[in-house]
Design a protein around this ligand. Structure first.
Ligand code: TRP
Length: 442
């Protein structure tokens, strides 16, 4: 459940719908689903296995199962965890605002927000810093308390509630007039829209949403019961995560297509879909919106929290293992460092012009978009590439087989090993090279 909590987060509720929307729908979804099946499940198994076998956090895990030569993969992951956590906490803070907004409506009645309200909110520096700080403190507190006690208990309680709400949202959205349009957009691929960059974004998204490529699943794998099945754990996390992503996407698109003029509005701010378009419509158009809209944003915040915790845990457990610090010291140092990054990210959506407008990578403007692009589309796939090579070539297949709890090596086992050895590394490397050589860096 904690691993599912790590996976299900803003990647599903915020990012997947808007990335799907801005990449034109079905083509992206198809490539994404292929990436989840071909890379996601095998790499998730590889990470959990490394963690459970070594009983360590990422860097020492690579060292103890392999050698010092492999530790750069672990360090890259720790860096990626810091980068992602820094901007992720800012977006997580936005969900608190949507919650307050919906609560306000529930108490005082609906009031249409001014057209520029969200932009003003993003440019409001004290507000952005305050919400981010609040969220970062919550993350630090849970990580400080340790994963197994606090986080396991909370996720076990909250994840089922989140699933129920998602199912309700999906069913209600299906009865709305835009649902056919939404389903067609999500499930009809148009090969003319195909572009190598879509593959990069899809692979990046699959790593991001499944919490792969930086050792989060290594860390959680190290806490996994020796008797639990690695395959079943990996597969259930992937299935739950994909379900939530598709459900969120379908519901949002259906709602958007049901309300005249909404499609154009979203076009202007795809990034803000979850926080701009949805709260008002959710509150007004969905039966029970009065209660469910605020509840939904509480759950978004909790979904984000169970994800930031896993990112924080990667940093903190690495500091503990590597520097031999106490959990308390490690948490304080890691959170403070990350918060420095958060400040830059929090000011990069209009708060400070210089941080908001520059673009190193094609259409990625500002610190937040740049960090997201670097971490999700480059660092995670690179980390995943390293992990597949490590598990595929460095570890003994007999050890793998035993760790998976298999008495005999079935054809599925061999298929998995060869995916790790050849298919996944070749695919990831080819995508990274194709995009790096292309004109995407201008
Ligand atoms: N998977 C989370 C989401 O979809 C984000 C996340 C948590 C993550 N831990 C991670 C991403 C580790 C990459 C690696 O929102």
């Amino acid at each position: 459940m904690a691993a599912a909590g790590s996976a299900v987060g803003l990647g599903n509720l915020w990012k997947f719908p808007y990335v799907t929307w801005s990449n034109g729908g079905g083509t992206f979804v198809l490539v994404y689903l292929l990436a989840v099946i071909l890379l996601g499940i095998p790499i998730m198994m590889a990470e959990i296995l490394v963690g459970r076998r070594s009983q360590k956090s990422p860097v020492p895990a690579f060292e103890s199962l392999g050698s010092k030569r492999w530790t750069p993969i672990g360090w890259l992951g720790v860096a990626a965890a810091g980068v992602i956590l820094s901007y992720y906490s800012v977006i997580a803070g936005w969900s608190l605002r949507s919650f307050v907004q919906c609560m306000g409506w529930s108490i005082h009645g609906y009031q249409a927000p001014a057209a520029k309200a969200f932009g003003l909110f993003l440019a409001n520096v004290p507000m952005q810093l305050g919400l981010t700080l609040l969220f970062s403190l919550a993350t630090a507190l849970v990580v400080y308390r340790g994963v197994s006690g606090g986080i396991e208990r909370t996720t076990k309680l909250l994840m089922p509630v989140l699933f129920l709400i998602m199912i309700y949202l999906g069913i209600t959205a299906a009865t709305m007039s835009g649902s056919g349009h939404a389903a067609r957009m999500i499930f009809t691929p148009h090969m003319s829209r195909f572009h190598p960059r879509i593959v990069l974004e899809a692979v990046g998204q699959s790593f991001f949403t499944l919490s792969l490529g930086l050792g989060a699943m290594i860390t959680y794998g190290s806490y996994l019961d020796k008797k639990a099945s690695v395959f079943r754990s990996a597969a259930s996390v992937v299935v739950l995560d994909t379900f939530v992503a598709l459900m969120a996407c379908f519901s949002m698109f259906a709602i958007i297509f049901s309300v005249p003029g909404m499609k154009e509005k979203v076009g202007a701010s795809t990034v803000g879909m979850l926080f701009v378009t949805l709260p008002g419509i959710f509150y007004q158009k969905m039966p029970g919106g009065l209660i469910l809209a605020p509840l939904f944003y509480v759950l978004v915040a909790f979904a984000a929290l169970t994800s930031t915790i896993s990112l924080g845990e990667v940093l903190v457990s690495s500091f503990i293992d590597y520097k031999h610090w106490s959990r308390r010291k490690a948490t304080i140092v890691a959170s403070s460092l990350v918060f420095l990054g958060s400040i830059l990210a929090a000011l990069s959506n209009g708060g400070m012009k210089a941080l908001s407008t520059f673009a190193f990578f094609h259409d990625k403007h500002g610190v937040m978009a740049t960090l997201d692009y670097l971490a999700a589309n480059w660092m995670l796939p690179l980390g995943g590439l390293g992990t597949t090579l490590f598990v595929g070539w460095r570890l003994d297949p007999l050890v793998l087989q035993r760790e998976l709890g298999m008495k005999k090596a079935t054809w599925l086992f061999h298929a998995w090993v060869w995916i790790l050895r050849v298919v996944a590394p070749a695919a990831i490397a080819a995508i990274l090279v194709a995009v790096a050589m292309g004109k995407d860096f201008s």
